[in-house]
Design a protein around this ligand. Structure first.
Ligand code: AMP
Ligand code: ZN
Length: 115
């Protein structure tokens, strides 16, 4: 996808701070961190959201990297939150499937009120 910002990161056409990479998966720092640790994990292949027709093996691999990336970021023991936003009400803004890892503070229990 030529107009996808995360595909451009995969292709190294735009910079990112990469924290993990293998043949299928890339993890990099969110450019607008909401918490001290805010890292994104993506499949290198383009899928627009969690409800695309994604091979289960790839989905499994994507989520199996959560623990690994959390260890790299030093939050595996303290804990963290895993978020996948989908669509308008989910406030997805980048339409290349990605998993957020948020941590480094004790997170609030509830999401904030809708605006
Ligand atoms: P979402 O609302 O789930 O679609 O989240 C998209 C996330 O991607 C946001 O947290 C953005 O800050 C982040 N983001 C957008 N562009 C970039 C970029 N070029 N490098 C790193 N993170 C980005
Ligand atoms: Zn993409």
């Amino acid at each position: 996808m030529t107009d996808c910002v995360f595909c451009k990161i995969v292709a190294r056409d735009i910079p990112a701070t990469v924290v993990y990479e293998d043949e299928d998966i890339l993890a990099f720092e969110d450019q607008n961190p909401q918490t001290p640790v805010h890292t994104l994990i993506i499949p290198k292949q383009h899928y627009s959201s969690i409800s695309d027709d994604i091979p289960p093996e790839l989905l499994g691999k994507l989520f199996s990297k959560v623990k690994e990336v959390a260890k790299i970021k030093g939050v595996e023991e303290s804990g963290y939150r895993v978020i996948v936003n989908k669509g308008k009400d989910g406030r997805q803004t980048v339409f290349h499937l990605h998993v957020h890892i948020l941590g480094g503070i004790k997170l609030p229990i509830f999401v904030g009120p809708a605006d």
